[in-house]
Design a protein. Structure first.
Length: 398
């Protein structure tokens, strides 16, 4: 239950949880009225370094992440007090026994929501030289699911890392509701294939993160549905199911709240994004694969001067098509009310298709400048993005 309390008291509760030896992780984001924090988001977690237990804060500005480690005691207390003072609009704090969420209202009051965790989960502190894994490679559950190459393992791990950051941020900012046992979070993986990502994301959300969740994998191949359904039953994953359907044809009631798509080929990524827009999905993560649709159009139309040199060579034309395709996708998502980040989610040594579109629905269209720049780019290159064919442009921007 959400309880309104004075902001000073609410921040005191958050401070106590952050400095507790039972802290698992915490996320701060947004801003209070009249404040402008220097970072978009800060994540905190305990870590064990050679010099002992520390509280680690990773702060994200517009371009990069900054990490700071503060030793237990006075240093950690000072760091927490500094963070509480900069005016973040929301805090999401997980301890071994409960989850505490604080939202600051426009009037400057605090709204606290605390829920017990089903089965205490302690996060193993990470050494500073070893990157903490979200999913334990020794987990028997995951070992049964993913007897695949190390490169694929790393892709799925890093995709889940991005999922963790976006879901926690959206929960903290109220862009995702807090799920309950009676009304779990609804997640869909479109074009799931052999469902390595589906199983891993479900495992992280339900077991590691401790959220009530139902997840559905969708694929156009019937053998994939049969294989994945059998495995889910063997694992006792009662909240995980699979359907045999085309992305464009699948129906859900009520609509999904998180849509995933990992390496859906060519315009299948556009199909996934179009369905997410149709459903008004709050959180979307898509890692595109090949981009043939725009490559053909670039071959068939003369480039705007002086960009002929960019498409003279086939390999450069392919890379340009990749960049333009994802640029158009991001611009269209923004015009439909999403905040969009385009990032590398895994090192290119693991896969050359390492671009990730992270989209969170905010309701803001990005302003007329985005629409105008999009129109000019499309006109000059004489191309029609597939996503535009599927969803068109919002009426407000026409």
């Amino acid at each position: 239950m959400t309880v309104p309390v004075a902001l000073e008291e609410a921040l005191s509760r958050v401070r106590e949880a952050l400095l507790s030896d039972r802290l698992v992780r915490a996320v701060a984001s947004g801003r209070c009225r009249g404040h402008q924090p220097p970072w978009r988001r800060v994540e905190l977690r305990p870590v064990d370094l050679k010099s002992g237990r520390h509280l680690q804060a990773t702060s994200y500005d517009a371009t990069q992440a900054h990490t700071r480690n503060a030793g237990e005691g006075a240093d950690a207390t000072a760091m927490v007090d500094d963070l509480l003072a900069v005016g973040f609009g929301s805090w999401h704090v997980e301890t071994e026994g409960s989850t505490l969420q604080l939202r600051v209202t426009k009037k400057g009051a605090g709204q606290l929501h605390e829920t017990p965790r089903d089965g205490a989960v302690a996060a193993p502190p990470a050494h500073d030289r070893v990157k903490q894994r979200l999913l334990d490679p020794a987990d028997p559950w995951m070992d049964k699911v993913k007897p695949f190459r190390q490169a694929k393992d790393r892709q799925v791990e890093e995709f889940c890392r991005q999922l963790a950051a976006v879901v926690d941020g959206a929960l903290a900012n109220g862009q995702l509701r807090t799920p309950t046992t009676d009304d779990p979070l609804r997640v869909v993986d479109l074009g799931c294939g052999n469902a390595y990502l589906t199983f891993a994301a479900y495992r992280w959300l339900s077991h590691v993160r401790g959220l009530p969740v139902t997840m559905t994998g969708v694929d156009a191949r019937a053998p994939a549905r049969e294989r994945n359904s059998v495995l889910a039953a063997e694992l006792g994953a009662t909240g995980l199911s699979f359907v045999h359907a085309d992305i464009a044809a699948v129906r859900f009631e009520p609509s999904p709240e998180v849509v995933l798509a990992l390496h859906a080929c060519d315009t299948a990524t556009d199909d996934a994004l179009a369905r997410a827009l149709e459903w008004g999905t709050p959180v979307v993560l898509a890692a595109p694969c090949c981009h043939h649709h725009l490559q053909v159009q670039l071959r068939d139309h003369p480039p705007p001067p002086p960009y002929g040199l960019l498409v003279r060579h086939g390999i450069l034309r392919e890379r340009l098509a990749d960049t333009l395709t994802d640029t158009f996708r991001a611009a269209l998502l923004r015009q439909h009310g999403y905040r969009v980040d385009v990032v590398d989610f895994v090192d290119s040594v693991h896969t050359p298709r390492n671009t990730l579109l992270r989209a969170v629905r905010t309701g803001s269209s990005g302003g007329d400048g985005v629409a105008a720049d999009y129109d000019r780019l499309v006109a000059e290159w004489q191309v029609t993005p597939r996503l535009a064919e599927l969803v068109g442009r919002p009426e407000v921007d026409r």
